[in-house]
Design a protein around this ligand. Sequence first.
Ligand code: TPP
Ligand code: MG
Length: 686
Amino acid sequence: MINEEMTQLAINTIRTLSIDAVQQAKSGHPGTPMALAPVVYTIWNRTMRFDPEDAIWPNRDRFVLSNGHASMLLWSVLHLTRTKAVNPNYERLGEVSVSLDDIRRFRQLDSKAPGHPEYHWVSGVETTTGPLGQGVATSVGMAIAQKWLAHHYNRPGFDIFDYNIYAVCGDGCLMEGIASEAASLAAHLGLDNLCWVYDNNHITIEGNTRLAFTEDVEARFLAYGWNVLRIGDANDLERIEHALEVFRKTKDRPTFIVLDSHIGYGSPHKQDTSAAHGEPLGDDEVRLCKRAYGWPEDATFLVPDGVYEHFAAGIGARGSEARRKWTELFEAYRAKYPDAANEIELMQRRELPAGWDRNLPVFAADPKGIAGRDASGKVLNVLAQNIPWFLGGSADLGPSNKTTLTYMGAGDFEADNRAGKNLHFGIREHGMAAIVNGLSLSKLRPYGASFFIFSDYARPAIRLSALMELPTIFVFTHDAMGDGEDGPTHQPVEHLASLRAIPGLVVLRPGDANEVVEAYRYVMQLCHQPAVLALSRQPLPTLDRKKYAPASGVARGAYVLGDAVGRDPEVILIASGSEVSLAVDAHEKLIAEGIRSRVVSMPSWDIFERQTQEYRDSVLPPQVKARIAVEQASTFGWERYVGERGCVIGMKTFGASAPLKELQRKFGFTPESIVAAAKRQIGKQK
Ligand SMILES: Cc1ncc(C[n+]2csc(CCOP(=O)(O)OP(=O)(O)O)c2C)c(N)n1
Ligand SMILES: [Mg+2]
């Protein structure tokens, strides 16, 4: 068989596997894989440097399927290239990542061919996609990471990192705001290692894009500063290959390829209609499609003879050769630059370098104290010097968030300075969070920052961080009513509750400067969980740790700060963040009045939930029912710690615009109101 026929056979295998899988599952998206099989084939089999034998080889090209509903494209190609699986300990297993059986069981429980690409579930998936726009935005983080890694680790004659990032997206991705945020930044940063292929099929779920999307997308990307190319026929492999070549030769700007395609290509009744988007074609139409492709009409899940070999001869041979050369190069590099090589290896395993926590500050007791954000700024500056690949930035609030790295040589990451460790995301919180995910997927240790109120703007990407099990860090300052005069638009209320509800996300709200240090110490050691730090704008008293328990208790989520001596406490005061010092004041007043009070600092529900029952009972003894929680946030959920009859001093409304002191009085965040509530509780529970 001549090569051209073999190529068509390979492309039609991707198409028919996709059709059959959706048909069998009775759900899924056949039309887009049918249309995009040629471009995905060309990227994988003719262009990408990826070795199916080692899906986590550090210098592999990355492929992101941002239109995640077309997941069958990825399952087909991972299967046909016989990409091998990797386990959570980064060990390469001999088994294939996606078997034909998985494809037969598309969208079924435990299948390695789930509904959408899942990063931590299927080897070979570079990022989880499905929420449209996330994939392309994340790809910008991957591109930033490659530039940063190349600058830090390449040496003359040693191009250790020179990979490219390919992302495929559809109309949906480009309608989402997050894509615009990320595209704008990508061009600003001159990321010429990044190529987006836009599936311009004029179809979304509700019908033709005439309904809601008529902008000039090419002009838009030109305006951002991208190199814009167009391919008028999604089946024209030569033009696709040529465009990808132009991408690789283009310097100083990312490349955007508009690919005119026909959704449901080959389907006599459904091509170019939204009916091809998200439902099985139906048995009769499947036959007609197969006839159109010259495929045996009755065959299902057919991989014709020679197709596996065809991929093995293409991406298999090219990838294996590239990885062999790189491995040799890396051995020579290790001999010459052992420290740099060691860093690269640590990073791949998400380990921290020796001495990563040296010189972390210890704050002396101080009633005036220091703001959570200021303590955080000091910690970040130490960590960034101890951990070469720790970096990050803010969505234009660096000076307020105190997230700017100010030590000598930290620098700004820009098109003309790839060394910088300060990332300037601009006012693009959603893009920032997805980019932070992309940096983390590239094994850097990133943080992103903004005001806590704007965590809402970043939330979908933070959720994906948790779903992907990435150790990202989100630093959110101005975590309550601390910026009083700004008023309710800037005062978070429901944000703690909402973030605490995300599975796997560690939410921490430290109560003083030493708790901030301990919060970072805990978070830095996470390998598979993202963290949110909610930090105060205003100074918080630094507790006297000779008098109160050490801040290392943060690592247990909640701990007894101060207690009555002798018998069980009569009342327990639980607080987080800026309310800890109020609770401590109230505790002292109660003790002075002879009331056996206990005060508990609870910076993190999530961490506390992971402690043993024994420990949890030691902090919150079940027999002590008089309990009060104090938190400048929605009361939602606190019943789980104070009980049905407990008291929560929190927010039931939005805040207001006024100086902080007045707001604290208005909403009851004073030691006096806590004391009064404590007495009421004791009375009630007797
Ligand atoms: C953020 C988000 N909103 C909505 C959806 C639901 N959804 C999935 S696909 C789709 C239409 C996408 O159209 P397009 O990207 O043009 O894909 P095509 O049908 O052309 O493959 C929508 C609305 C989603 N997955 N993510
Ligand atoms: Mg479309």
